[in-house]
Design a protein around this ligand. Structure first.
Ligand SMILES: Cc1cc2nc3c(=O)[nH]c(=O)nc-3n(C[C@H](O)[C@H](O)[C@H](O)COP(=O)(O)OP(=O)(O)OC[C@H]3O[C@@H](n4cnc5c(N)ncnc54)[C@H](O)[C@@H]3O)c2cc1C
Length: 410
C-alpha cells in the first residue's frame, strides 16, 4: 500500500491542477442542495476526482474504490481544504448509504451501486423516517408484500434529504406483521424515480426546499432489491444508524473533504464577525470566540479518540452516539454565538453569504443538528443503555406481534 506521505504529496499536486480554489471559507462551498445545479456540480466534481484517481479512497478496490486506509482519506481531506469539493455527496451517499451497502449488500449491489456513486454517476438517499415519527424507527408502517417474484411497496416516508436529486434509496419497510416490531422488517435498495413513487418537496422556515416526502402506491420492487435478509432489516438499519452517527458526529472514513454539506453556508470565523461588528475588544465577545474554538478543538479530539477506539474494538459501535451528541452541542453553541456577536444585525441585515444576516438565517435551523442523524435524546438513551449499562427504557411493544401493537389512537 502506498505510504500516506506519498499519497498526500500526489494529492497536493493533483488538487492544485484539477480542482477550483475556493474564494470563500470551506463552510460556504457546494450550495445547500436545494437546486439541481448544486447536484450537477457535485456529480461533475466527483467525476473529476474519479478521473484523477482520488475517489472512493477508503472503499475497496473491487467496488470501484482505492482500497486505502482512513489515514489516506484524512490526508486527502486535509489537502483538499481550500478547494471546491463535492461535499453534497458525503452524507448520506458515501458515508451512510454506500457504507451500509458495503457491510450488508449482495456482491451485485456492492459492485453496481458503490462503484456508480464513486464514479459520480449516482446519488443515494435514506427512506427511513415516516410521518408517525422517526425516533421509533423499528415501528415503521410502510409495508412491502410479496407477490410472486416481486415485492409491492405501499406507504410514506418523510424528511428525506434531497430525495428529489437522488437515484437510489435504502428503504425500510414492514414485511411481516405477525412478528414483533424489530423482527418483521426488510431493507430494500430501490430506484427513487419509478412508477408509483410521488415525491413532494417541503418548504422550511428558512426557505429551503431540500427536504422531501415520498408516497408509495403499489411500487414494484424486484426480489434482488432486498439488502440483507428478508425480515432481517433491523440488522441492516442498525448498521445504517451506526454509519449515520459516525457521519454526523464526524469520524466516518468515507467522508472526503472538509465538513459536511452546509445547509446554509455560515462562516465560523467569529473573530472576523466581531471585527466587522466593532466588538473585537469586548471581553464577553472574546470569551465567546474562545468558547467556540475550545468546543471545536474538543470535538476534533473526541472524533479521533472515539473513532479510533471503535475501529480497534476498544469501544462498541454505539459509542458513535457520543460524537453525534457533541456535534449537536457544537452546532447549537455556534448558532447562539453567531447571533450574540452579530447582535440585531443578525435579523435586520439583508441575507447574503458574507453579512451578519447569515447568522440570523442559520439560527432558524439551529435545531436541525439535534434531529438529523437521530435525535440527541435518542443518542442519550443509547449512551445510557448501551455504554453505561443503565436499565433499558420500558417498551410495551417489544415482544408483541406488530399487528397487535396499538397505533396512534387505535
Ligand atoms: C437535517 C435533517 C436531515 C434528515 N435527513 C433524513 C433522511 O435523509 N432520511 C430520513 O429518513 N430521515 C431524515 N431526517 C429525519 C430524522 O431522522 C428525524 O427527524 C429523527 O429521527 C427524529 O424523528 P422525528 O422528527 O419524527 O421526531 P419524533 O421521533 O417524533 O420525536 C419527537 C421528539 O421526541 C423525542 N423522543 C422520541 N422518542 C423518544 C424516546 N424514546 N426517548 C426520549 N426522547 C424521545 C425526540 O428526541 C424528539 O425530540 C432528517 C432530519 C433532519 C433534521
Amino acid at each position: 500500500m502506498e505510504s500516506v506521505e506519498s499519497f498526500r504529496a500526489r494529492a497536493r499536486e493533483w488538487l492544485a491542477s484539477a480542482l477550483p480554489r475556493l474564494g470563500a471559507p470551506a463552510a460556504d462551498q457546494g450550495g445547500a442542495g436545494d437546486d439541481d445545479e448544486d447536484w450537477d456540480r457535485a456529480r461533475e466534481l466527483q467525476q473529476r476526482l474519479h478521473a484523477g484517481g482520488f475517489a472512493g479512497i477508503a472503499f475497496p478496490a473491487e467496488y470501484g474504490g482505492l482500497g486505502l486506509a482512513g489515514e489516506h482519506q484524512k490526508a486527502f481531506t486535509e489537502e483538499s481544504a481550500g478547494y471546491e469539493m463535492p461535499l453534497l455527496l458525503n452524507v448520506p451517499t458515501f458515508s451512510i448509504c454506500a457504507a451500509t451497502i458495503l457491510d450488508c449488500g449482495t456482491e451485485e449491489q456492492k459492485r453496481d451501486r458503490i462503484a456508480a456513486a464513486i464514479r459520480g454517476d449516482e446519488v443515494f438517499v435514506q427512506f427511513l423516517s415516516e410521518p408517525r415519527g422517526g425516533s421509533d424507527l423499528a415501528g415503521v408502517i410502510t409495508r412491502a408484500e410479496r407477490d410472486g417474484d416481486v415485492w409491492v411497496l405501499n406507504g410514506a416516508k418523510i424528511w428525506s434529504s434531497s430525495a428529489y436529486a437522488a437515484d437510489w434509496a435504502l428503504c425500510l419497510a414492514r414485511t411481516d406483521w405477525t412478528a414483533p416490531k424489530h423482527r418483521g422488517l426488510t431493507m430494500f435498495l430501490m430506484k427513487v424515480h419509478q412508477p408509483g413513487v410521488t415525491i413532494r418537496r417541503i418548504r422550511q422556515v428558512n426557505g429551503s426546499t431540500e427536504f422531501c416526502e415520498e408516497f408509495f402506491d403499489d411500487v414494484i420492487l424486484p426480489a434482488d432489491a432486498v439488502v440483507g435478509e428478508v425480515n432481517g432489516g433491523w440488522a441492516v438499519a442498525s448498521r445504517q444508524l451506526f454509519h449515520e452517527r459516525m457521519a454526523v458526529g464526524g469520524g466516518s472514513p468515507y467522508v472526503s473533504g472538509q465538513g459536511q454539506r452546509s445547509r446554509i453556508g455560515v462562516s465560523r470565523d467569529f473573530l472576523a464577525l466581531a471585527r466587522s461588528a466593532g466588538r473585537a475588544a469586548d471581553p464577553r465577545v472574546r470569551e465567546l470566540i474562545g468558547e467556540s474554538r475550545a468546543m471545536h478543538r474538543v470535538h476534533e479530539q473526541l472524533i479521533d479518540r472515539i473513532s479510533g477506539a471503535i475501529a480497534s474494538g476498544q469501544m462498541p459501535g454505539p459509542a458513535g452516539s457520543i460524537t453525534r451528541l457533541f456535534h449537536a452541542e457544537v452546532e447549537w453553541k455556534d448558532a447562539d454565538i453567531g447571533v450574540e456577536i452579530a447582535g440585531s444585525a443578525a435579523v435586520t441585515d439583508p441575507l447574503g453569504a458574507a453579512g451578519p444576516g447569515q447568522y440570523g438565517q442559520h439560527f432558524l435551523s439551529r435545531q436541525s443538528s439535534s434531529l438529523g442523524g437521530g435525535s440527541t435524546e435518542m443518542a442519550r438513551n443509547i449512551i445510557s443503555e448501551r455504554l453505561l449499562g443503565m436499565p433499558r427504557e420500558f417498551a410495551a411493544d417489544r415482544d408483541v406481534p406488530f399487528s397487535e401493537v396499538r397505533q396512534g389512537r387505535s
